[in-house]
Design a protein around this ligand. Sequence first.
Ligand code: IVH
Length: 677
Amino acid sequence: MTDLFATIDDDIITQMRALIEVLKKHNHAYYVLDNPTITDGEYDALRQQLVQLESQYPSLVQADSPVQTVGGEPLPFFTQVMHDIPMLSLGNVFDGEDLANFLRRANERLEQVVPEYEMELKLDGLAVSLKYQYGVFVQAITRGDGQTGEDITHNVRTIRNLPQVLPACQDIELLEVRGEVLMPKAGFEKLNRDSQAKGEKGFANPRNAAAGSLRQLNPAIAAARPLAFFGYSVNQGLPDDIETQSKAMAWLGQLGFETSPFAVARNQQQIQAYYDKVVQTREQLPFEIDGLVVKVNDLSLQQRLGFLSREPRWATAYKFAAQTVPTRLLDVEWQVGRTGTLTPVGKLEPVNVGGVTVSNVTLHNFGEIGRLGVMIGDMVSVHRAGDVIPKVSSVLPELRPADAKPIILPSHCPVCQSPVSLPEGEALARCTGGLICAAQQKEALIHFVSRRAMDIDGLGGQWLVKFFEMGLIQTVADIYELHTQADHLMTLEGLGEKSVAKMLAAIEQSKQTTLPRFIFALGIRGVGESTALNLAQTFGEFEQIRQADLPSLLAVADVGEITAQMIHDFFRAEHNMVVVNKLLAAGISWQTMSVPQDLPLSGQTWVVTGTLASMGRDEAKEKLLALGAKVAGSVSAKTTKVLAGEKAGSKLDKAVSLGVDIIDETAFLAMLEQSTL
Ligand code: IVH
């Protein structure tokens, strides 16, 4: 029995030690080096794990746990100053339940009194204590370790929105105002743009930019940085008639200090409503915040509540759901896509990221696994911003368990068992089964009927997949045989005579198509819509494309060596030709494309990039096509001209490096006008 307990304790201690070491490392990177390697959200989530273990096993709490100390070591080269009153930290709550607990505890302690709460934004900068003697600014100290901070008066004095003199306070011997020094987002972005232009590294986020600026010995540097001070408390010298935090904030405002916006709430619902509103509008704020601070409004009640170790019982930080959170990678499954690519899908220990539970995450491709250096069993950071699909942003190798397993690319396709190939130096692994692979067949069918391909609307949705799973259709050619099974289809649940007739009519109608759509619908690897269009325009006839040799394929705009080879191979594979012939025999047809020779831009290949003010990119492409040009998706030596709109990026760079002609929108519009004369 005792042995068993000893093992559990050892286990917990090992887990605690691992978390402590990681937190210490990140504390140092954050507080001392001003160069964090993980986001605040990740840090909070790791810290929270330790908090939880400590509250579950209080007897095992480690003496050096960062949860028990306030982070940050003062730098040696600034004068160290003791705080008159320690500068402590805030506890965190992350959801309604945590908040309810915090409020309940405060209410219980106050017995008869029902306190009012004051809410402020939790500004993401760094805490500073300011001293004014008889209304004159004399000293600024960082929080440091909470007891002793560093004298940064020379830097803080340069902050433009900081009042240097408070005429209304000339009778107050000592006024201490605490608040946050931060760098507004716009200033931060400009600073980083400027430093990147100079080839310097820039700062990871505005908080670090602010901290880095204040930790300079030379005040000229801070003076050149767009810093701002926001007051959030008066710790000494507050006039006696100011009895609440909200009045203290209003007073700071009257004295000329910038403060966070603040509001007062009577209960949890009102706090929650304010929080929800702030979550909605957070992006529009000119500075970064990471939550709300909820404070008991009455200052005498604050006194009564006091502190629990290093955190006030009268205030807490109601943090926003982290956009990046660590969790464990439990396993990896491989999904097979339309063109046979094997996509690794990470199975995660479910975790709430920015309010959404995430349990699957794409790892993109085998190359990405190598880049991340991730193993099964690893703690990984999962990131999600706005509507973006969650992704693994990094691995926390310090927390790798001893039994972590490497992620191995399967040698055979999990769907059809054909061998998997991963060409040397490539990131994408593929099933070599082609159309005999059920996964690829299914995806190929979905692609074939899609709107921009054969556009068989009536077959979209569930039915196509259902028919495939029932064995009614295997290849795209079978779609045009479905009419022979009309009677059977009508017996299926959910399908009546009318809907079957409609479906078959849509299939029949799709036979009238265009050559580019048909080529695109075949789902040849590397052949997207624009390549399909270029092939159709270059060769004019399907037979010509199907028989084209490599050199003539390579001559097509937008077709490089790999794509040329794939088109070539597609039309040489027997099983593909059986399907194509069946499609043609079923009556799929199109009007012959004329290959225009005598239009103004005949023989030219254009690339359109960036944002155009007067039209969309598609419209510009259509205009170019109408003038006889081919339009390619990427810039190469074959490109005749690049039309570059606003914010053009890598394509423009490439055009410059290849010496390709570039024209802007104004010149393009002038050209259009001329050519229609
Ligand atoms: S009040 C006893 N109000 O959050 C501590 N803090 O995690 C009272 N912070 O060190 C702090 N905005 O740097 C307070 N409106 C606000 C704040 C705020 C940001 C920071 C501050 C503090 C940290 C605690």
